[in-house]
Write a protein that binds this ligand. Structure first.
Ligand SMILES: CC(C)(COP(=O)(O)OP(=O)(O)OC[C@H]1O[C@@H](n2cnc3c(N)ncnc32)[C@H](O)[C@@H]1OP(=O)(O)O)[C@@H](O)C(=O)NCCC(=O)NCCS
Length: 163
């Protein structure tokens, strides 16, 4: 496995190439589509993934943090993205290709984000969770608690963890 990090949390600008941003966008869209068991209509899923375009990802990463995980042949199999939300930093998404799931890769990506967020001085982490049961279970496993129940109209809900 190859880990590559683009870290713009402290001012410098490490550009993310358009082709890498396109791979990240495609992975996010595919993993949420595969996870969907009727929690979202096709229209809602598109709204959930509206941020997953190469241009928007390049823009978010220009002031955020991106971890990309590739297999030995160079295919992107996972990614995690921390972005700015007002003055705060939030984990925007963690995605693992479906045929690589339950092997600990999501946790590896999460742990990299947590470590970095601690380094920049955060004492709590907030995550926007899609309404897939496995996503909630994943963050519960990492010590997060739910802060409210999503309504039918909400695209995602928040979970947080004190560091
Ligand atoms: C959620 C996601 C990132 C997990 O990735 P992963 O590589 O499978 O995660 P891990 O192997 O590190 O799993 C860690 C723990 O999460 C929980 N978990 C993960 N997938 C689960 C599933 N399908 N059912 C139940 N629990 C699950 C388990 O507690 C698991 O530990 P265990 O395997 O020892 O029981 C991945 O399923 C995904 O990309 N989902 C779609 C996108 C998404 O919803 N992302 C998260 C929101 S930001």
């Amino acid at each position: 496995m190859i880990i590559s990090v683009t870290d713009n949390l402290e001012g410098k600008i490490e550009p993310l190439s358009y082709s890498d941003a396109a791979k990240v966008a495609a992975l996010i869209r595919q993993s949420t589509q595969d996870a969907n068991r009727g929690e979202y209509t096709p229209f809602e899923l598109e709204k959930l993934n509206a941020f997953a375009t190469p241009e928007k990802i390049q823009d978010e990463v220009s002031s955020g943090y991106l971890v990309m995980l590739s297999n030995d042949t160079g295919d992107l199999i996972g990614c995690a993205m921390v972005v700015r939300s007002g003055k705060n930093l939030v984990i925007k998404t963690i995605d693992v290709k479906t045929n690589y799931s339950r092997k600990g890769y999501g946790s590896l990506l999460y742990n990299r984000c947590e470590k970095r967020l601690k380094e920049v001085g955060l004492n709590e982490i907030e995550v926007e969770i899609p309404k897939f049961p496995k996503s909630e279970m994943f963050y519960k496993k990492h010590g997060f608690v739910k802060t409210g129940n999503p309504t039918r109209e909400d695209l995602y809900f928040a979970m947080f963890k004190y560091l």
